[in-house]
Design a protein around this ligand. Sequence first.
Ligand code: S3P
Length: 190
Amino acid sequence: MGRIVGNDGSRPHIDGVSCVPRSIVLIGFMGTGKSSVGRRLAHATGYPRFDTDQMIATALGMSITKIFAKLGEEDFREEESIVLEKLDAQQPSIIVTGGGVVLRPKNVARLHELGTVVCLTANLPTLLERLARRSHRPLLETENRAATVRTLLRERQPLYEQAADFTIDTSSLNHDQVAQSIQDSLALAD
Ligand code: S3P
């Protein structure tokens, strides 16, 4: 678990060599559990957590739903790129992104500057079940949510695959298991 030790303020070491740990950047479709897993990772590592949706809402003083309704998706995307630039690449953090962050290639490049990019996925039935519960996602406020999810997934799947350093299928895992799996994978990747 080399990258995520040293929360007592000491500089982390791997095999006796001092190193600066990298941030963990979570990407993935809506409903893959990025926010909940991000909270658990922040707790486990002691790193601060930054959620780009929350940063955007704070910067614009409006909920994501209001931003989409009043300003439109393009302005939201612009703000998404701006908040990524504001994050400190030197500060080991847990960075939680919105599902559409991969739509802009420059965002993907920035995510790699920031840290290790972990993509959370889930199979379609699992996603539909999870997304049926909530309605704070403007892109899913359509007549046929399942069809919208399928279309968006088809468009974005290749982008997630290209952007990810590694991917974790969360379909049959709870949030703690996903967080643990990420920590295990990072330890192996050292
Ligand atoms: C979006 C996902 C949302 C939020 C916005 C747009 C998307 O974040 O950024 O509603 O384009 O997939 P979550 O992935 O946290 O739901």
